[in-house]
Design a protein around this ligand. Structure first.
Ligand SMILES: NC(=O)c1ccc[n+]([C@@H]2O[C@H](COP(=O)([O-])OP(=O)(O)OC[C@H]3O[C@@H](n4cnc5c(N)ncnc54)[C@H](OP(=O)(O)O)[C@@H]3O)[C@@H](O)[C@H]2O)c1
Length: 344
C-alpha cells in the first residue's frame, strides 16, 4: 500500500553541521546554544546534536535537572510517555525557559509513542497526552518507541513472534504522519528499528523516518545499521551513549567508563571517560542523548565541543565492539539482527 509522499519527508542525507556552519537554533536571539552543532534532518529541520536523556530520571528530581540543563546550554530533551515523568520534564522546561527568556522555538523536544498505542485511532490520543503532560503545543520529533505492537489490555507480550502484531508498523507510522499534517509534531521517526524493519516500513509507506534512535556506544557500534541509515538519509540518535555507566550484566568486560582503552584516551586528551564516549558518538555524526540528573555530570557531558578524537582514538574505541546491548526488553527479539562486527 502506497501513501501520499510528503516532500518534507524525503529530502537529503542528514548532515552534521560543523561549528563554523552553526547558527542559532531560532531567530529569537535569546538562545545560548550557539556552541553546539546541529544535525540537518532530511526534512530540513536542524536538530541539536547533544540532548538530555530522561529515562529513569525520577519525577521528583528531573524537573531541577531539566532546569540545570537549560542553564548549562542544553536545548534538546529526549522524552517518552513510557518514562512516566513527562509532566515533571514539562514543568522543568517551562520554569527554565521562563528564567532564561527562551521561546518554544529555542528548544527541541522529542517524545515517543508507546507500544500499546500503535492502533491508528490511539496514535493521536497518545501524542496529545504527551503534549498535555509536557505542556507543549507541538513536538519537534515523535518517535515510534519500538517496532512492537502490544495490545493494551494484554500488557507486554512476553516471548512469541514480535512480528505477529495486531497493527502493522506501516499503519502506525502512517497515523503518526498525520500528526505532522495536524501540526502536533514537526517530524516523525522511529526507534529500535533494524535494517529489515526500516526496509519494510519504507517499502510499505513510502515515508522515510527522519531519525532512528538506537542503542549505540563503543560496546555496540552498529556500523551496518549506521551505513544503511546514511544511505536512506535517516539520522541516528545514540541512546545509552555512556553504556549506562553500568557493568554489563553477564559479560566479562568492565563498565564502558572504566574500560582501560577509554580511560587511557581520556587521560591523553585531558577529558573524562564520559566525555570521550560522547565525543565518539558525535564524531560518528550521531545525535547523542546522555542522561544525568546530577548538575556536575550535566556540565561534564556538555563539555565535549572543545576537543577531537583522532583516527587512532576512534579505531581503538571501535575495537571495543562486543555487540552488547544494555536494553533488551522481553517484548522484543533482537536475535535476527546480530551484526557481524561484534559478538559477546
Ligand atoms: N529509544 C529507546 O528505546 C531508549 C532506550 C534507552 C534510553 N533511551 C534514551 O537515551 C537516554 C540515555 O540513555 P540511558 O539513560 O539509558 O544511559 P546513559 O545516558 O548511557 O547513562 C546514564 C547513566 O550514566 C550516569 N551518568 C551520566 N553522566 C555521567 C558521567 N559524566 N559520569 C558517570 N556517570 C554518568 C547517570 O547517572 P546520573 O543521572 O546520576 O548522573 C545514569 O546512571 C535515556 O535517558 C533516554 O532518554 C532511549
Amino acid at each position: 500500500m502506497l501513501h501520499a509522499v510528503t516532500q518534507a519527508l524525503r529530502i537529503k542525507k542528514p548532515v552534521a553541521m560543523s561549528r563554523s556552519s552553526q547558527r542559532a537554533f531560532s531567530d529569537s536571539g535569546s538562545s545560548t546554544t550557539s556552541t553546539q552543532p546541529f544535525v540537518k534532518l532530511h526534512n530540513g529541520l536542524l536538530m541539536p546534536q547533544l540532548g538530555l536523556g530522561t529515562w529513569q530520571a525520577e519525577p521528583g528530581i528531573v524537573k531541577e535537572a531539566v532546569k540545570s540543563a537549560l542553564r548549562i546550554g542544553y536545548r534538546h530533551f529526549d522524552c517518552a510517555a513510557d518514562y512516566q515523568n513527562e509532566r515533571e520534564v514539562g514543568q522543568g522546561l517551562r520554569e527554565g525557559m521562563a528564567e532564561l527568556g527562551l521561546k518554544r522555538s529555542d528548544i527541541w523536544v522529542t517524545s515517543k509513542l508507546w507500544n500499546t498505542s500503535h492502533r491508528p485511532d490511539l496514535v493521536k490520543v497518545a501524542c496529545e497526552q504527551s503534549l498535555h503532560d509536557l505542556g507543549l503545543d507541538y513536538l519537534d520529533l515523535y518517535l515510534m518507541h519500538w517496532p512492537v505492537d502490544q495490545i493494551p489490555e494484554e500488557g507486554p507480550k512476553v516471548g512469541g513472534d514480535p512480528t505477529a502484531t495486531e497493527t502493522p508498523l506501516w499503519e502506525t507510522f502512517d497515523a503518526m504522519h498525520e500528526l505532522v499534517t495536524d501540526g502536533l509534531a514537526r517530524s516523525i521517526g522511529v526507534s529500535n528499528f533494524s535494517v529489515r524493519e526500516l526496509e519494510e516500513l519504507i517499502k510499505d509507506t513510502d515515508l522515510i523516518p527522519v531519525v532512528n534512535q538506537i542503542e549505540m556506544h563503543p560496546y555496540l557500534i552498529q556500523s551496518k545499521l549506521l551505513d544503511f541509515c546514511a544511505s536512506k538519509s535517516i539520522a541516528i540518535t545514540a541512546y545509552c551513549p555512556l553504556g549506562r555507566a553500568q557493568v554489563p550484566k553477564g559479560a566479562n568486560f568492565p563498565a564502558l567508563l572504566d574500560n582501560p582503552v577509554v580511560k587511557t584516551i581520556a587521560e591523553k586528551r585531558g577529558k573524562t571517560p564520559a566525555q570521550v564516549a560522547i565525543r565518539w558518538s558525535l564524531q560518528r555524526d550521531a545525535i547523542v542523548i546522555p542522561k544525568s540528573v546530577n548538575e556536575e555530570r550535566l556540565k561534564e557531558n556538555w563539555e565535549v565541543f572543545d576537543f577531537v578524537l583522532d583516527e587512532s582514538d576512534m579505531n581503538q574505541l571501535n575495537g571495543l565492539n562486543r555487540g552488547y546491548r544494555f536494553v533488551r526488553p522481553s517484548f522484543h527479539d533482537f536475535k535476527d539482527e546480530i551484526e557481524g562486527d561484534g559478538r559477546l
